[in-house]
Every structure is written in C-alpha cells, then in structure tokens.
Design a protein. Structure first.
Length: 158
C-alpha cells in the first residue's frame, strides 16, 4: 500500500472515530481545521453555528489556483445521533462499524477525500487527470500552476 493511500485510510478511520452527532460536532471540526492548517491551507469558520443550533459553523478552505474561475466542494461533518464509541474495523479491505454504532462513512468519507485533495494540491501535482475516490461525480485536472479545472463526466477520459 502506498503512503498516500495509507494516510487516506488512517484519516478516514480517525474521523469516523470522533463523535460528531448533530449539535456536537466541535471535536471533528477542530480536527479538520487543524489538519487543513497543518497543510498550509487557508481555512476559517463562519458564524453559522448558533443559528443552526450546532457546535461548529461551516469550515471554509481556500486554496489559490492560477485561473479566474473557482471550484467549490461541500460536505458536512455531523452524523446521526448514536450511543457509544464508534469502533472501526477493517476486514478484507472493507471498513465498517464493529456493530454497536453507526460508522458515519457517508459523512466522513467525503471529508477525507477533500482533505486529501487539499494535501495533494498543497504539493504541486504532476499534470494528469484525477478522479476523486473512484467517483464519476466530479473530476478535475491540474494546470501545473496550482489550479484545478472542472471537468464534466463527458470530458473525463477512460
């Protein structure tokens, strides 16, 4: 397993194991803030927490590119309420909860991918097509100047 893949999976497990039910997502927000800042990403938190009855506002990360346009990706950090500690187990490459709680993967997987994109962007990527986490929903390519270009599904090479 490559180092980048191991970091991605370790980050996913770590985020899943941080309790983050709606209204109590401060710990996971602080973890994401710290990780993005450690990568040198400009990140801030807006003031929406109080209006949303949440423990954290929206995290807004800005990564400069070289073009006039911009991309925007969104995810959320909170999970459904649950009792007990989330324990992630891996069996044959499949990650799941030990069984007593949710996994929260539908929330933490996109956050994991977005942090990985920020990490990759912070280090100049080689010029090649990229596809995030095997998804055909969004793709882009580097312009070798630190920016990304949006590519629709029909433009993604196979």
């Amino acid at each position: 397993m490559e180092d980048a893949d191991k970091r991605l999976l370790d980050r996913f497990v770590r985020l899943c194991q941080i309790a983050s039910p709606t209204g109590s997502e401060r710990a996971v927000a602080d973890n994401v803030l710290a990780e993005l800042r450690a990568l040198g990403v400009e990140v801030s938190e807006d003031g929406s927490a109080e209006a949303a009855s949440a423990a954290a506002g929206n995290l807004i990360a800005r990564i400069p590119g070289s073009g006039e346009g911009w991309l925007s990706f969104f995810s959320h950090l909170d999970t459904v309420p649950h009792e007990g500690e989330v324990v992630v187990v891996e069996e044959n490459g499949v990650y799941r909860s030990r069984g007593e709680t949710i996994l929260g993967a539908d929330h933490q997987a996109p956050v994991t991918v977005l942090i990985a994109l920020a990490d990759r962007h912070a280090q100049p990527p080689p010029r090649k097509w990229r596809k995030a986490a095997g998804s055909s929903r969004f793709s882009g390519r580097s312009d070798n100047e630190g920016g990304w270009e949006w590519l629709g599904r029909s433009q993604v090479p196979t």
